[in-house]
Design a protein around this ligand. Sequence first.
Ligand code: KG4
Ligand code: ZN
Length: 353
Amino acid sequence: MRVLGIETSCDETGVAIVDTAPWEAGEPAGKGLLGQALYSQIAMHVDYGGVVPELASRDHIKRVIPLINQTLNDSNTSLNEIDAIAFTQGPGLAGALLVGASIAKGLALSMNKPVLGIHHLEGHLLSPLLAKNANIQFPFVALLVSGGHTQLMEVKAVGEYTILGETLDDAAGEAFDKTAKLLGLSYPGGPAVSKLAEIGDASIYQFPRPMKHSGDLDFSFAGLKTSVLTQVKKLKAQGDDIFEAQKASIARGFVDAIVEVLVSKSIAALKQTGHKTLVVAGGVGANTQLRQGLETACAQAGYSVHYPPLELCTDNGAMIAFAGAMRLRKNPQLAKKDWGFDVRPRWPLDQIG
Ligand code: KG4
Ligand code: ZN
């Protein structure tokens, strides 16, 4: 079965085709990805310091059909070889989601093929299974760290997710982006802060580790951002400008704090559930320092840790096509020919049904 996936929840237009045929339980799934195309709007939003929803929707409209054609070409697949279409139904920006939903439903109607709305985070969550030679067995704990979400989930099987803990305020990616802004770095801030932190001195700025000892698996990053702001203001009060080295050390202090909290809560979630495997997904999962921290802590405690390939950490169509394929394989009844549609800009993952 070939599934076409369409992602338009934020500032990336992603399209991909996966073939479910090769997969059997425990088999590597990577060979199922036949082709994908991605257009990132980052350059368009950079002047505004963040995503402008109206511009995002308009750009998805412009990109999505050419990307579908490109993906069909690259994967040597004709439209009538597509068996089902999967699209991101939520959460995300309402207008942006509507572009993907309307294209997916319209295409499915014209082809008389089933269509399935996918939860964006389920896409992220399952994306590590798409890696070549991934050998990830259920159940596992997933750390979802994106621009909009920070959650620890227990994953028993496809579609069986329990939220163990989540952020009470800012998401990890949001904290990276806001810190980047305070340091005068460009959007999206995660990669920029991470790179600058590499040359910073860890001993200069110590920021709080919010909720590290809260006894639960929740997070809070708003206070950490405020601590960075206070530090930046203090330095600015002393002179006109902050030196590059000072910025790097602030970035380092921030990264060390956020990584320590994410690592310690992930280990606590593994202990609490008794599962041996941690899967990391979402844009912040691309972060080098987080990967190093998790690698070390998991090795020490006897857990294994898995990530999606770097190019699948941030938003893409492959994860949506893959999640669609996995859901349809598990429950063929989900393959409905239903042309009405809505989107769910807010949608808790444990309510996907
Ligand atoms: O998953 P994603 O592409 O979009 C959402 O669903 O939100 O995640 C985007 C977030 C942004 O906040 C971005 O700054 C962050 O992921 N990010 C990173 C890195 N790459 C992307 N954060 C830290 N280090 C990175 N290398
Ligand atoms: Zn995402």
